[in-house]
Design a protein around this ligand. Sequence first.
Ligand code: FES
Length: 135
Amino acid sequence: MSVDNMYADIILDYYRNPRNYGTITDAEIKASDSNPLCGDEIEINIKLNGNSVKDVKFSGKGCAISQAAAGMLTEMVAGKNLEEAAKLTKKDILDVLSIPISHVRIKCALLSLKVLKLGIYSHIGGKLEDELKNL
Ligand code: FES
């Protein structure tokens, strides 16, 4: 088996047995977005303990790459503080996927990262707005 085939198998496994799949009812952070090209969706829920990620889940539908990347992302985010999680990059996702991702598929691979950043920044922005209101 070639190395690319091995990583393709890992991606298929994450697709068929999604890690951290589901929702968190009392999550402080909930964000979702879709891929405009195909309509596929990812939602990410994060339960915080102070500033750290206590629990993280994703849900949605989409191709193997988008769903596997979302599960891998939740594993990377677990236990991190929000600043560290917000610093995750396109390269971090492509590194864990470990197979060449075509130009067409790059949006699939990065959808969950986009949703994560939307969620974190709107949470931080919301907190900032609350603090400004109390000035
Ligand atoms: Fe829709 Fe990949 S084809 S996210």
